[in-house]
Design a protein around this ligand. Structure first.
Ligand SMILES: Cc1cc2nc3c(=O)[nH]c(=O)nc-3n(C[C@H](O)[C@H](O)[C@H](O)COP(=O)(O)OP(=O)(O)OC[C@H]3O[C@@H](n4cnc5c(N)ncnc54)[C@H](O)[C@@H]3O)c2cc1C
Ligand code: SF4
Length: 517
């Protein structure tokens, strides 16, 4: 090869890193040439406002992006960073990419596949818009590629997470011993449903004090998005990889051993309990799911955490997290239109302002406003359960979940909401709706003892609304759900109720729901 040809082969690449791709090992950075390439990071209004994200979520993403850019620069990378308030910022990814192409005249663009369908559609226009080839690389930070999941799902009538999870355990040899699951069983869920003991004090959790970069971003957000949901005061999320690693280490040492036992427990004034609080860092790319699973497995191998805790934790990451991503990419864009139960009620205002006499809802929504966080059972069995029983319009509740959590990105939030919480996909993910009366919340929390309603009463003005909403839901959905074998028991109970009793329950539920509008 002549020298001339060699020179001609040097390509200048514009490498685009999106806000939730803050990983040094990102595929788009794999063959980075620090002498010729430019890495582009963009803060754009469109991404802060396509839903009115919790202020802490925007603060987290922008602060983590700024720290990541500084880290890249320290390693000698040329970074083009577009700040939200830059005077010529056009406010959207596509127009900012075009401006960057004009600034740097690259030969090609490289980007890792985005996490949301909406952004993927934008990326698909960039080659035509910029006149440059665009290479879209697989996101190798996940255990399973989109294709791997699609191959697993192909030809299966139902997509049960448990089956997928077992394949992932085998494929990645996590918690395996001689080809068998460690401890001889795949699943310790039955051990992981203890309520919080009344005398126990919840663990104090490590939080991270906002540094100057985060404080600057917080001021910017109050200025630009002051009307968005939630408060910034209690911001304590890790915003750098170093902080995220500290959070992981802290969790593995102090909380992981009890994670399993109290995974489903809820307690007034204690939104975190033994949950890891790692999802915001994971979803941004500050931690990789592989290192998090391996850290948990190592704690078990060293005898520092019991198997029910470690398996329960690994199941969330290697199982649920990978599985919901697969569901999202395999079923979009039709997936977001799902409304199998024909639910159509408007989202009540208390989802935004927390003003409700139902203590459980007030507690979870209040915690969400304060921390941009609630743990899985609070999301699924309190706010999600209410949305299911009340027949809230799936798209409205889905947009709510996308707006209110620091860890919310469509690929993970949408299947959890539409598939798991409100059964809008008709059972693609869950074998039955996660519908529950007040008794479940009472068993798993201390919310009911300080509530205006009486959880033991099934009807009447003092009765817990979850009780009559639960039965009204089953009555209303009878034609769709009565044949589901997992709902045989409650439908047998209903069959014993005279029609007048069923009509009275329906009327009571409707009157309550109408009063919310
Ligand atoms: C209606 C609804 C909406 C949700 N929206 C989101 C969302 O926007 N973003 C998000 O990351 N998770 C979402 N989840 C899943 C889960 O509630 C959160 O991942 C979890 O609460 C995050 O807190 P943690 O890090 O303390 O989790 P832990 O309880 O400590 O779990 C460990 C990790 O496992 C993963 N994980 C656990 N459960 C799930 C799950 N069901 N799906 C995917 N990953 C899981 C998370 O990465 C989490 O960090 C949602 C669940 C429901 C029911
Ligand atoms: S009584 Fe009903 S509404 Fe009140 S906290 Fe318990 S479950 Fe929630």
């Amino acid at each position: 090869m002549s020298n001339d040809t060699k020179i001609a082969l040097i390509l200048k690449t514009l490498r685009i890193v999106l806000g939730d791709q803050l990983s040094i090992e990102l595929s788009a950075l794999a063959d980075l040439d620090t002498r010729h390439d430019v890495v582009l990071l963009m803060e754009v209004t469109e991404e802060c406002t396509y839903v009115a994200h919790h202020k802490q979520k925007i603060a987290l993403v922008l602060s983590a992006m700024r720290h990541f850019a500084a880290e890249l620069r320290r390693c000698g990378t040329q970074v083009d960073y577009v700040e939200l308030d830059a005077p010529d910022n056009t406010g959207s990814f596509s127009s900012e990419v075009l401006r960057a192409v004009a600034r740097h005249a690259p030969d090609r663009l490289v980007v890792t596949e985005p996490g949301e369908w909406r952004v993927q559609e934008m990326v698909q226009t960039w080659a035509a818009l910029s006149g440059r080839p665009v290479e879209v690389r697989a996101d190798t930070r996940f255990f399973a590629s989109r294709e791997r999941f699609a191959a697993w799902a192909q030809g299966r009538r139902t997509w049960r997470m448990e089956h997928f999870y077992r394949e992932m355990r085998r494929e990645h040899t996590i918690l395996m011993q001689g080809g068998q699951p460690a401890g001889g069983v795949w699943n310790f869920d039955a051990e992981n449903r203890k309520p919080w003991p009344a005398s126990s004090i919840p663990p104090a959790r490590r939080r991270f004090v906002p540094d100057e970069t985060t404080r600057l971003v917080m001021a910017l957000i109050e200025r630009r998005f002051g009307g968005h949901f939630g408060a910034l005061e209690d911001f304590g999320w890790p915003v750098t990889r170093a902080e995220a690693l500290m959070a992981l280490d802290d969790f593995v040492q102090h909380e992981l051993p009890n994670f399993g036992d109290y995974q489903d427990a809820m307690k007034v004034g204690a939104p975190f309990l033994y949950h890891s609080l790692l999802s915001p860092a994971l979803n941004l790319g500050l931690l990789s799911p592989r290192e998090v699973c391996r850290a948990a497995e190592a704690a078990w191998a060293a005898g520092a955490a019991p198997l029910n805790a470690v398996e329960g934790f690994v199941r969330q990451l290697l199982g649920w997290r990978e599985y919901v991503r697969g569901v999202y990419w395999t079923l979009m864009p039709q997936y977001e239109q799902g409304n199998a139960l024909q639910a159509s009620r408007k989202l009540p205002a208390f989802y935004w302002n927390g003003e409700t006499t139902m203590h459980c809802m007030r507690e979870v929504i209040g915690g969400t406003a304060r921390h941009a966080y609630s743990h899985h059972i609070q999301r699924l069995m309190v706010t999600g359960n209410f949305a299911l029983l009340a027949g809230l319009e799936p798209r409205a509740i889905e947009r709510w979940y996308l707006a209110v959590y620091a860890d919310a990105y469509e690929w993970v939030e949408m299947p959890n909401t539409l598939g798991m919480a409100v059964f809008a996909d008709g059972g693609q993910m869950a074998s039955k709706p996660y519908a529950a009366s007040g008794a479940y919340i009472d068993r798993m929390s201390d919310f009911c003892s300080a509530c205006a309603y009486d959880v033991t009463q099934k009807s009447g003005p003092e009765a817990c609304p979850f009780n009559y909403l639960y039965w009204a839901f089953l009555i209303r959905q009878k034609t769709r759900l009565a044949r589901n074998p997992r709902l045989a028991m409650p439908y047998r109970t209903l069959a014993r109720w005279p029609p007048e009793r069923q009509a009275a329950i329906l009327a009571e539920a409707d009157a309550f729901l109408d009063s919310l509008e």
